[in-house]
Design a binder for this molecule. Structure first.
Ligand code: ATP
Ligand code: MG
Length: 249
């Protein structure tokens, strides 16, 4: 089994969104047996998303309903597993380590809440070989980049393969001007210290909840709408193909 996480000390950088998208890609486009571990213990999000998706599937007029009318959907027994847990529960790391031997999943994706200090379970997981690859999503603003660097360097020191990843959550970032030259300098500073970054830049995409056009959605926990992802955010496919190579899955 391989372990992947989108992790950051910063909130609202796209960790959960990318975890869900990655899970759907690997489960429905790559046919892997995927489990998502939702560790946002005070605010579980992923099961509620699944519930919402299942409701939309039954509701005429929603993008998911229209999509399902025209496309073959995965059967419910193939939906990826969503488990909820608390990373701070005593023994959490031991339970995961023990389970690694017997679990029948190809890939576990861990979704942590945002916070960072040197004693987080994420470091213990990394040291026990329970994180193969971590992507640190970040917005383009300098402060966000700095925070991502600190997170990334901390994880890299635990022996994990770490990559920083631009996620342009704010659609108007280009209009506002992007301090890219400065960012590039910072990135080469990081590379000198052995921290990698993905050349892929995730563009702003429309969410199902925003979509006025019924064909426009990318995120779902019950299917991988390949055609629409290619239309609205093809970088996601590049990213997941890159991750697939990193993880060798
Ligand atoms: N590339 C993108 N384009 C458009 N919206 C995005 C993109 N990435 C993330 N978002 C949106 O940004 C918001 C924050 O994303 P998300 O909840 O995934 O972040 P998070 O890092 O998991 O946050 P938290 O720290 O609260 O757990 C969500 O509304 C999500 O839909
Ligand atoms: Mg989250």
């Amino acid at each position: 089994m391989k372990y992947l996480s989108f992790f950051s000390g910063k909130g609202g950088v796209g960790k959960t969104t990318l975890a869900i998208l990655a899970a759907s890609f690997f489960a429905y486009a790559m046919n892997l047996k995927v489990r998502v571990l939702d560790l946002e213990s005070h605010d579980y999000r992923i099961n509620p998303f699944r519930k919402l998706d299942l409701e939309r599937l039954k509701t005429p007029g929603t993008p998911l309903y229209s999509y399902a009318e025209r496309n073959q959907m995965p059967s419910p027994e193939n939906f990826y597993t969503i488990e909820e847990g608390d990373q701070f529960v005593k023994g959490f790391v031991d339970v995961l380590a023990k389970e690694k031997e017997t679990a029948s999943y190809d890939l576990t994706i861990l979704d942590f809440p945002a916070h960072y200090d040197d004693n987080l379970p994420v470091h213990a997981l990394a040291e026990r070989g329970l994180l193969d690859c971590v992507y640190v999503p970040m917005r383009v603003e300098q402060q966000e980049r700095r925070s991502a660097c600190i997170t990334g360097l901390g994880l890299a020191s635990c022996g994990v393969k770490v990559k920083l990843l631009w996620n342009d959550i704010d659609a108007d970032i280009v209009k506002r001007g992007t301090p890219l030259d400065e960012a590039e300098e910072e990135v080469s500073f990081l590379k000198d210290r052995g921290l990698d970054y993905s050349p892929i830049r995730i563009k702003h995409f429309k969410k199902a909840s925003q979509a006025t056009d019924k064909h426009c959605f990318v995120r779902s926990t019950i299917c991988w709408p390949d055609k629409y992802v290619r239309m609205w955010c093809p970088e996601l496919i590049d990213l997941f193909e890159e991750i697939s190579k990193e993880l060798q899955v």
